[in-house]
Design a protein around this ligand. Structure first.
Ligand code: F6P
Length: 520
């Protein structure tokens, strides 16, 4: 299927030509503008009204999604079809949060019983650690937990643990991802080995950074406390149980993962085990319930009212028609500090592809560049470019209406006033005869306003972004679920590391000079 050869896409292009110069503000002449482009979803308010399109365009995009058989594509994902064809895998992060026991078959095997069994394993394990039943080598309670993992084995859990820190218990959570020894040194200075539990999270159990960090820490334990300490201070999550055993992890402390969960979609799997450790199993389940509610919406709602689908349409509108290449994510809450990092992996690792589902080079732009930082901090760094730069960058503002955990209500209001003001300023601009003081305006933004960041609402929000990513990929006809683009650099790094000892390989001149500079 060639998306941009579809009849409905041609209609989109024709209509685009007629309105591309229209101002966003003028769309508000239509009395139904707000009604048409704002949506309530389980205590989350989505405002898509400040965008450069209208209801007719939304209808045309919906027609396009139908012509592209998007409904069938969604069903194929939820029902466990092998949609990640390059890796011959199903894609079932949705099964991990399914609240009923409706069978989901992968190669004729129902995956739900295994998921339920693992949930019990996680519940028992996390409650033992939280309650103090789980003891360290010197019989002391666990006070600190370190998640050792990178990419999807770090970003999702780290982001959720911070976002829900108002729900957290006494355990101090740490995340060790990078191979830079600076982080490892710092961590080891902060924790007490006798009361720390390490969770090694690696789907492949072959990621250099994760295994090197884990190995170093394991050596320290062996040296200080001997072999029995490993079972008391290390657990792991992996699809490669054998490799984890070889590493010395007690089989009882190995949590399974499945090849039908992609790393960047894995916080719902045991890879997210830091989350129930930090906030308790019940809250973790609520996070999944929230995601499940969004899953049902995505699976069943008409496209012109389907939130992740509408957001994906906006990406295509801006990327493929207006030619805007990036989208910014600005959470106006420190709780979501790590959301932009998480979304970078989710969206860019999923959709940074240039080959379509039939193996041909795509003839259109795909994966948007995703970036951002928290407001108001971002206002004082890069918002200048958003308001007066030559590029137009659609912005996604995300905030919570109330923070019932703070007594500084006034500060929260200042935060929200700033967010709304930025969105308004981007759209309305301000005329000034002095050119450098002029604000052109007409710059689009979405506002996602959660009543409150709770496990449920966060779960819905994250599922929303996952499904937006999926829909974009489908409409571009690319595979959102492989990541071969990360492999070449990993292979070369291994060779270069060997060459640090003895430069035996031939390299280009620049690379060779750099290696020589390191080893000399
Ligand atoms: O290098 C990219 C990647 O494979 C991501 O897709 C993944 O989330 C991350 O590395 C970590 O992988 P693993 O969980 O297998 O250690």
């Amino acid at each position: 299927m060639k998306p941009f050869e579809m009849t409905s896409w041609k209609k989109i292009i024709n209509r685009f030509e007629t309105f591309k110069n229209k101002s966003i503000l003028s769309y508000f002449d239509d009395p139904n503008r707000l009604n048409d482009f704002t949506f309530e979803f389980e205590n989350i308010y989505f405002d898509f009204s400040k965008h450069r399109w209208d209801k007719k365009m939304l209808k045309l995009f919906s027609e396009f999604a139908r012509e592209m058989n998007t409904r069938q594509a969604i069903e194929d994902m939820f029902s466990g079809q092998i949609i990640n064809r390059t890796e011959n895998r199903a894609v079932l992060h949705t099964a991990l949060r399914q609240q009923d026991d409706q069978p989901v078959l992968v190669a004729e095997k129902n995956v739900i019983p295994d998921i339920r069994k693992t949930e019990v394993q996680i519940k028992n394990f996390t409650s033992k650690v939280i309650s103090g039943q789980w003891k360290g080598i010197s019989d002391k309670n666990i006070t600190d937990v370190v998640n050792i993992g990178i990419g999807g084995s770090d970003l999702g859990p780290k982001m959720v643990v911070k976002a829900l820190s108002n729900y957290s218990n006494h355990l101090n959570m740490h995340f060790l991802s990078n191979i830079d020894p600076f982080e490892l040194d710092k961590l080891l200075n902060r924790i007490n080995l006798e009361t720390t539990l390490f969770v090694i999270v690696s789907k492949s159990f072959s990621t250099q950074e994760t295994l090197s960090n884990a190995k170093k820490i394991q050596e320290i334990y062996l040296d200080k406390f001997g072999k029995p300490s490993i079972a008391k201070h290390f657990v792991t999550v992996s699809t490669h149980i054998e490799k984890a055993r070889e590493f010395g992890i007690n089989p009882e402390n190995i949590f399974p993962m499945w090849d039908w969960v992609g790393g960047r979609y894995s916080l719902w799997s045991p890879a997210g085990i830091s989350i129930p450790l930090a906030i308790g199993f019940e809250n973790y389940q609520k996070l999944k319930t929230g995601a499940y509610t969004m899953d049902k919406h995505f699976r069943n709602e008409e496209f012109d009212k389907n939130l992740p689908v509408i957001d994906a349409f906006l990406t295509l509108l801006y990327n493929n028609l207006y030619g805007y290449e990036t989208e910014a994510y600005i959470p106006y809450t420190d709780k979501l500090q790590y959301l932009p990092d998480f979304l970078q992996q989710l969206i860019m690792e999923s959709n940074g592809k240039s080959v379509d589902l039939s193996g041909q080079t795509v003839g259109w732009q795909t994966g948007n560049i995703v970036w951002g930082n928290i407001g108001t901090n971002a206002q004082h760094s890069f918002f200048q470019l958003l308001h007066q730069g030559t590029r137009i960058i659609p912005v996604n503002f995300i905030a919570e209406k109330q923070n019932r955990f703070t007594k500084f209500k006034e500060n929260h209001n200042i935060l929200l006033a700033n967010m709304i003001a930025q969105s308004e300023a981007l759209m309305i601009g301000e005329h000034n005869d002095v050119a450098y003081k002029n604000f052109e305006g007409n710059r689009p933004s979405t506002i996602i306003l959660l009543d409150e960041i709770t496990p449920e609402s966060l779960g819905s929000l994250l599922a929303y972004f996952e499904h937006k990513t999926f829909t974009e990929a489908w409409l571009w006809q690319i595979n959102a679920f492989d990541q071969f683009g990360v492999e070449l650099g990993k292979r070369l790094a291994k060779k270069i590391l060997e060459d640090f000892n003895n430069l035996i390989r031939s390299h280009d001149k620049s690379t060779k000079a750099l290696i020589n500079r390191i080893i000399s």
